[in-house]
Design a protein around this ligand. Structure first.
Ligand SMILES: [Zn+2]
Length: 94
């Protein structure tokens, strides 16, 4: 983590700010949970346009400068799926 923003995040519209607050508050909840809450809000307030889960991930990455890194490897860290192993879906060790 280098050169992180030092000032509070600025979001221009209230619906995006609402979605961002929900996204952050839900922390480790599933994408489905986020989408279901958005649907519930939009059922009560049809004019509210909330960003999708994917759009929120992109927005948060843009605002914070922090992006996810995908490692194609065994969950137990015994094999990386690169080179001749790049087509593997299951770890040959475990
Ligand atoms: Zn493994």
């Amino acid at each position: 983590l280098h050169n992180l923003p030092k000032e509070p995040l600025q979001v221009d519209d209230q619906y995006t700010e609402l979605a961002l607050s929900m996204f952050i508050a839900l922390e480790h909840s599933s994408e489905s949970t986020y989408e279901k809450i958005c649907q519930a809000i939009q059922k009560c307030f049809p004019d509210v346009g909330l960003p999708s889960f994917h759009q929120m991930k992109c927005l948060l990455a843009n605002l914070s400068g922090i992006t996810s890194v995908a490692n194609h490897m065994c969950i137990n860290s015994c094999t990386t799926y690169v080179g001749p192993l790049s087509n593997l879906k299951i770890c040959p060790e475990c």
